[in-house]
Write a protein that binds this ligand. Structure first.
Ligand code: HEM
Length: 488
């Protein structure tokens, strides 16, 4: 039977190569190490966000120390989120999923370690460089200039590592996750080169502005999004033990993303001196991409339909569910915020910051939490040390993020209307202060929730006693060498 609406038996753990530790299909140590690195960088990023929120309340805790000045801490917050947290977590996800989807190992384990060391060294260098004030004037590309070529070299190594199993695969059809990953690897390199080399060296002045807008948005849309969607399409069928609702819809999503996403970056510059035809094109393609995102949301909820009970018992599926709901909210929000009328109110306000947190945290990071919840016991061979800590993590982070998003959205609207009435900046800042106090409190809730996860991961790896019995992947282990595409 050839079906391509769910990950194959290989995805579910068939080991067509060997079961010996040296010949394992999936290098679980690499998965683990990338997850540990992701959690490490995320911890620093969260504290950077919290500290910066204190700065906005005029309570900077580390005054008069240049290397710790607030502007640098803000860049550390956003860069560590994008490259330290999300990218490390996606690499962990790729080491788990790509060999299972293709039935082939990644190019080489040594290359895997080289990538791990190189990538985390790049992030460390970025982190130190930002503290030292070596930032470039490229949002989300502030990485010091000398690191840029190394990042491109790192992206090429990632291509080699993951294209090898994809090219060698003998599967008759490619599951949709692989479509997203294959394109995402190329898009990452191209996007990075566009944002970090063109505006500095080739295109100057206001023409560089749209390129920078394109870069910020494409980093989300052409790297984070394909990895996130591919991840969701892999794990959700396995967690729910049924195929995705519509393979066709998932492919509509793929082609829609490929066609419309690269055109919409300019919506960061609505109302700017950039020619109107270019601004209108960004508005139209943004509306188109909303339809594309809707296909993912519908596919998720239709797959979940009939498995409502899973929400109660399975915390991993809960993370994916809330993430998909947040995606639907973002999509609805986008429909308004991309119009020029609405932009007059919300441009340069907290609304945008709320939107950024909802997408990067509420959607993609929530899906990563779902993946960690599902994978960590399999990686360390023990059941979670404390299920109640997992629940605390879920509620503290979900409520924290929800409250942060609502607060910033409300303050953004208030700020926007006051600015339209030409209220003095001082009055606007006075008005937003209570909202920003709430933001700091929600940040503390988020950090506490994340602390629950860190403690639980450490205790599960070091102290937990109950051996983990893998009911998701292990039953398929004996299926000999045949790797077909089928149901979970
Ligand atoms: C402890 C929790 C967090 C706090 C207190 C926090 C706080 C902040 C603050 C104060 C800013 C600057 C806003 C401004 O310049 O007006 C910011 C920006 C940002 N944060 Fe966070 N943050 C937190 C967690 C996160 C997480 C988990 C993510 C993503 C996974 C994230 C993604 C971003 C992004 C993308 C921006 C840039 C927004 C923009 O420029 O529009 N933050 N955050």
């Amino acid at each position: 039977m050839t079906r391509i609406d769910s990950p194959s038996p290989a995805a579910a753990g068939v080991n067509p190569v060997s079961t010996s530790p040296t010949g394992r299909l999936v290098n679980t140590t690499l998965v683990k190490c990338h997850l540990v690195a992701a959690v490490f960088w995320f911890t620093i990023a969260l504290f950077a966000g919290l500290f910066y929120s204190l700065q906005l309340l005029q309570h900077w805790p580390l005054p008069k120390i240049a290397v710790l000045s607030p502007g640098r801490i803000r860049m550390i917050h956003t860069n560590l989120i994008a490259f330290g947290w999300l990218t490390n977590a996606f690499l962990a996800m790729l080491y788990w999923t790509v060999p299972r989807l293709t039935g082939k190992r990644v190019a080489h384990n040594v290359l895997g370690w080289a990538i791990w060391v190189a990538w985390n060294a790049i992030i460390l260098a970025t982190y130190i460089g930002l503290h030292l004030g070596q930032a470039q004037a490229v949002e989300w590309g502030e990485t010091p200039v000398w690191i840029d070529p190394v990042v491109v070299a790192g992206a090429i190594l990632v291509w080699i590592q993951f294209y090898t199993p994809i090219v060698r695969s003998t599967e008759k059809a490619m599951y949709v996750s692989l479509w997203y990953f294959t394109a995402g690897f190329i898009w990452l390199g191209l996007t990075y080169i566009m944002g970090n080399f063109f505006p500095e060296y080739l295109v100057a002045g206001s023409a560089a502005g749209p390129l920078l807008g394109l870069y910020i948005h494409d980093l989300v849309g052409l790297w984070v999004t394909p990895m996130g969607w591919g991840m969701m399409y892999f794990f959700v069928p396995i967690l729910l033990k049924k195929p995705i609702w519509s393979h066709a819809l998932s492919l509509v999503g793929f082609w829609g993303l490929a066609f419309f996403y690269p055109l919409q970056g300019l919506h960061h510059f609505l109302g700017s001196p950039v020619p109107m035809f270019a601004q209108y094109s960004a508005v139209v393609s943004t509306i188109a991409i909303e339809i594309v995102v809707t296909t993912v949301v519908i596919n998720f909820f239709m797959t979940w339909r009939g498995s409502e009970g899973a929400l109660k018992n399975n915390i991993a599926i809960r993370w994916f569910w809330v993430g998909a709901l947040n995606y639907a909210i973002t999509c609805f929000q986008c429909a308004f915020q991309v119009t020029l009328t609405f932009q007059q109110v919300i441009h340069f306000t907290d609304w945008v910051v709320g939107h950024a947190h909802l997408v990067m945290f509420g959607v993609f990071s929530f899906w990563i939490f779902g993946m960690i919840e599902h994978l960590w016991p399999k990686l360390v061979g023990r059941d979670w040390w404390s299920v109640s800590l997992n629940r605390w993590q879920f509620w503290l982070i979900t409520i924290g993020l929800g409250a942060m998003f609502l607060t910033l959205t409300a303050s953004g609207i208030a700020e926007g209307f006051m600015a339209m009435q030409l209220s003095p900046r001082e009055s606007i800042l006075e008005m937003v202060r209570p909202f920003w106090i709430v933001r700091t409190i929600t940040g503390l809730a988020i950090i506490s929730g994340f602390g629950c996860l860190v403690v639980n991961m450490v205790m599960t790896a070091c102290v937990a006693k109950t051996k983990h019995i893998d009911v998701d992947y292990e039953p398929y282990e004996p299926i000999e060498n045949e790797v077909t595409v089928g149901t979970v």
